[in-house]
Write a protein of this length. Structure first.
Ligand SMILES: Cc1cc2nc3c(=O)[nH]c(=O)nc-3n(C[C@H](O)[C@H](O)[C@H](O)COP(=O)(O)O)c2cc1C
Length: 193
């Protein structure tokens, strides 16, 4: 079984989403013997914006990097995504990765009946960290709602969220949000055990 671990926070050791993805992946490793983990850090090693030159595959090295990112995603049974809320959405580094995994003919296709996802059968676990309190289905949420839409479009309906929010509201709220999120990790892992 393969697990792809993706981080995107720019806050390094102070990152909440990085703390959560590490805990999620550790729990999967504890529960699944022989689990193969592939790690991609989109902050330390960002993919380029999807410009015309990238689409045209003008630089073979850039094209190969994009193909590798796509193949890692296709090969994974479980994808753990660290997703901070930045300006109500996701970091642009995470968006650049999404631009490389959402590829017509590989992870979705258009049919006469409409779009069809081709990447079904995976499990996605998103570690969501937010500075303010947004809650569920908030009009201010273009982060979790966006990720659910993207992965759903690719044919993946098993998308779980581990959320720590209110991180910017003070040390007590931060600590409580992190401990609450860590305690919530058990749910998706029981399915894998
Ligand atoms: C560039 C930037 C933009 C942010 N934008 C928002 C935002 O729109 N809404 C919000 O609630 N928090 C926002 N925050 C706060 C982060 O969501 C919060 O610090 C969270 O913990 C980030 O995840 P991380 O700790 O894994 O980096 C922002 C933080 C940064 C650095």
């Amino acid at each position: 079984m393969k697990l792809l671990h993706v981080d995107s926070s720019a806050l390094g050791a102070n990152s909440v989403s990085r703390q959560l993805t590490a805990a999620i992946v550790a729990r999967w490793q504890d529960n699944v013997a022989g689990l193969e983990v592939i790690y991609r850090d989109l902050d330390n090693n960002p993919l380029p914006h999807l410009t015309g030159a990238v689409l045209a595959k003008a630089d073979p090295a850039v094209a190969a990097a994009g193909e590798q990112a796509l193949q890692e995603f296709l090969d994974a049974d479980v994808v753990v995504v660290g997703a901070p809320m930045y300006n109500f959405s996701v970091p642009s580094t995470l968006k650049a990765w999404i631009d490389r995994i959402a590829v017509a003919g590989r992870t979705f296709r258009y049919t006469e009946q409409g779009p069809q996802g081709l990447a079904g059968g995976k499990k996605i676990v998103v570690a969501s960290a937010r500075g303010s309190l947004h809650g569920d289905d908030a009009p201010t949420d273009f982060q979790e709602a966006y990720l659910r839409q993207v992965f759903g479009f690719l044919g993946i309906d098993d998308v779980g969220f581990v959320r720590a929010e209110g991180i910017g509201l003070g040390p007590q709220q931060r600590a409580e949000a992190i401990s609450g999120a860590l305690a919530a990790i058990a749910a998706p892992l029981r399915e894998a055990a």
